[in-house]
Design a protein around this ligand. Structure first.
Ligand code: R5P
Length: 310
């Protein structure tokens, strides 16, 4: 490592990759990502990558399986073209919620996906995995970035008397970290899930949310069910206003519509780890391009990533 980074994008989120290239004052290299007439994925990299340090940028966005396989084919093309070092940059790691065997006879799909890349790339860069332990699913170096600093920088000047709230116990660590940075109190909603599309809120643990401006913090907004249920509970407990910030805007199954219609949740802030596919004045994007670009720069130069976590 140490030569200029060579950036390459899959088809999942080329705008994000392009912005990273601009941030690093370089260009994406040329590649074709398409489909053969029979539906098979077609890849061709048009620029020389021999002995180059390549960063392939591809969130595992919907359709997840296609984007995962496309990335795998691109990695194969890079290896066979004698790239010196390949970093897989995965801003959104699809399947990351399937990270343990929760019931009998179910797969650990996040491990299956990691295995596809495990002995083919030199390192993985990811952002806010559903569980930190996923870094250990392979023996590769894995740089796990957090969007919390970008969210804090964007919101901290404009919200008084905040209370940072986890919509479920899984988000507790993330919430406590942000509350410490903000010097604000925190609370956790103890949620019981009833099914894939239905959630039920139980109790609020921690500081009182009464007359405070609540900020719900989570890794993923998928159906939006968790956030809307949590917002309802905060409203019942007397929160003055309620906004939410989630890293990955999966926003499926009519989530943007439901968020628009809610008269309890004032705003949802998301990052650009996934392409924007909704229309809503209530959903605003905070960019993490500078974070990912800086990580790429530091990896390429052999510098510590430590400052990115402060
Ligand atoms: C669950 O543990 C995650 O952190 C998110 O809270 C959840 O995946 C969000 O899903 P939904 O928006 O469908 O409630």
């Amino acid at each position: 490592m140490g030569k200029s980074p060579v950036l390459l994008s899959g088809s999942a989120h080329p705008e994000f990759a392009q912005q990273i290239a601009e941030h690093l004052d370089t260009n994406l290299i040329n590649a074709t990502t398409g489909t053969f007439p029979d539906g098979e994925t077609q890849i061709e990299i048009h620029d020389n990558v021999r002995k180059k340090d390549v960063f392939l940028i591809q969130p595992f966005a919907k359709p997840q399986d296609h984007h995962i396989m496309e990335a795998a084919f691109m990695v194969d093309a890079l290896r066979r073209a004698s790239a010196a070092d390949i970093t897989m940059v995965i801003p959104y790691f699809g399947y990351s919620r399937q990270d343990r065997k929760e019931r009998p006879r179910v797969p650990i799909s996040a491990k299956v996906v990691t295995d596809i890349f495990a002995d083919k790339v030199d390192r993985i860069v990811s952002v806010d995995l559903h569980s930190h332990q996923q870094q250990g699913f392979s023996n590769l170096p894995h740089d796990h970035l957090y969007a919390a600093n970008s969210i804090y920088k964007y919101l901290s000047g404009s919200i008084e008397d905040p209370v940072i709230v986890a919509p479920d116990t899984g988000a507790a660590k993330r919430v406590k970290g942000l509350a410490k940075k903000w010097d604000a109190p925190w609370a956790i909603i103890d949620k019981d899930r009833l099914g894939a599309k239905k959630t039920e809120v139980a109790t609020i643990v921690g500081e009182s949310v009464k007359n405070r401006n609540a900020i719900l913090l989570d890794d993923i907004a998928s159906t939006g069910g968790s956030l809307l249920e949590a917002a309802k509970a905060l409203h019942q407990k007397g929160a003055k206003s309620i906004i939410a910030a989630t890293v990955h805007p999966v926003l499926c199954s009519g989530a943007p519509k439901r968020i628009n219609k809610s008269n309890i949740l004032d705003m949802l802030f998301v990052t650009d780890t996934l392409p924007k596919h909704w229309k809503s004045d209530k959903i605003e994007t905070i960019t993490i391009v500078p974070l990912v670009a800086e990580a790429i720069h530091r990896i390429n130069r052999g510098k510590s990533l430590g400052p990115l976590f402060k």
